[in-house]
Ligand binder design. Structure first.
Ligand SMILES: Cc1cc2nc3c(=O)[nH]c(=O)nc-3n(C[C@H](O)[C@H](O)[C@H](O)COP(=O)(O)OP(=O)(O)OC[C@H]3O[C@@H](n4cnc5c(N)ncnc54)[C@H](O)[C@@H]3O)c2cc1C
Length: 288
């Protein structure tokens, strides 16, 4: 199908983009178009003005330092995936992006577009929650910053108000010595996850000191696995599970039940991924 008729503009500055977004009630930001254009082609969204931010100056930065990685709104997923400094500061970026769609999608799709789109099965929102990312939003009333933990309100629903624009996201740096694992189960490589996990482990002498665990594809927003995080503290490789599987099952209670997979399947796959990730990390010589 073809999209319904719409107007298009390509502003050169953030101020112009915000003005354009405010000029039409049914305006929408166009970034890489990899999620938006298909929904327009299927006529699932009613948009009368597309504000293409591709030409907006100053939004293409990828800056990595000791505190994390700042990614501007027009930086593509491929550019971030291939940025060595970003992979050192936040290893989860490369690990997560390797699961996102296919090369052609990552060449056009943006990191901030995925953050703003808020697909519950997407990898980057979960990474944002796991790394305490901060999202910078520009709008008619100025600029504000929102923690990723407060940004996701529901499926495809965020703290963004009409007329606002994500200008950058800053992913928090991993602690020295921590290990990040991004794992997921999907029907085919490149498909959205049926269930996925972002895990950041701190290990000490062959056991897990602490871990940040975030599930995706199981509910309406990325979910911290609080019970599993508590159960994993002090966990060792030869540990006979120690309730970790059951704790993750508890965290995933109410997992999405749809035509792609049952809630029970999602819960059990997620719990198995948590146990597998912990065992794999502790099997690495650096963790001993
Ligand atoms: C076949 C296929 C497979 C895919 N597989 C995966 C996958 O496995 N995992 C995954 O995470 N994604 C997947 N995607 C989606 C892809 O990663 C998109 O690139 C991403 O979801 C959106 O980024 P974009 O730059 O293309 O945004 P767009 O499509 O341009 O925009 C998406 C939405 O976000 C809004 N938006 C975009 N940028 C901003 C901004 N700066 N400020 C405010 N709002 C903004 C738009 O208005 C729109 O509502 C897949 C897509 C396809 C077509």
């Amino acid at each position: 199908m073809k999209p319904a008729p719409f107007d298009y503009c390509a502003p050169a500055t953030v101020a112009e983009a915000i003005e354009a977004l405010g000029s039409d009630e049914s305006s929408r930001v166009l970034a890489g178009g990899q999620s938006l254009i298909p929904t327009m082609n299927f006529r699932l969204t009613d948009i009368s003005l597309l504000v293409d931010i591709g030409n907006v100056a100053g939004l293409d930065a990828i800056d990595a330092d000791d505190s994390g990685v700042r990614v501007g709104a027009t930086a593509t997923q491929s550019r971030v995936l291939n940025d060595d400094a970003a992979a050192v500061a936040v290893p989860g970026l490369r690990a997560a992006l390797a699961h996102v769609g296919h090369l052609a999608i990552r060449n056009r799709g943006t990191v901030c577009g995925s953050i703003a789109h808020a697909d519950p099965a997407a990898e980057l929102p979960a990474l944002a929650v796991a790394t305490d990312a901060v999202i910078t939003i520009a709008g008619p009333d100025g600029t504000r910053r929102v923690d990723a933990a407060d940004f996701y309100l529901g499926p495809f629903w965020t703290a963004l108000a009409d007329g606002e624009l994500v200008t950058e996201v800053r992913f928090g740096a991993s602690r020295a010595g921590s290990v990040t694992v991004v794992d997921e189960i999907s029907r085919r490589a490149g498909d959205f996850a049926l269930a996925g996990l972002v895990a950041i482990f701190d290990t000490d002498s062959g056991s897990v000191r602490s871990a940040r665990l975030v599930g995706f594809g199981i509910g309406s927003v990325p979910k911290r696995l609080a019970a599993a995080e508590a159960a994993i503290s002090g966990w060792a490789a030869d540990h006979p599970d120690g309730g970790l599987f059951d704790a993750a099952i508890e965290d995933a209670a109410g997992a999405l039940d749809d035509i792609h997979a049952s809630g029970r399947y999602r819960r059990e796959v997620l719990a198995a991924m948590v146990v597998r990730a912990a065992r794999d990390v502790l099997a690495q010589p650096e963790s001993r």
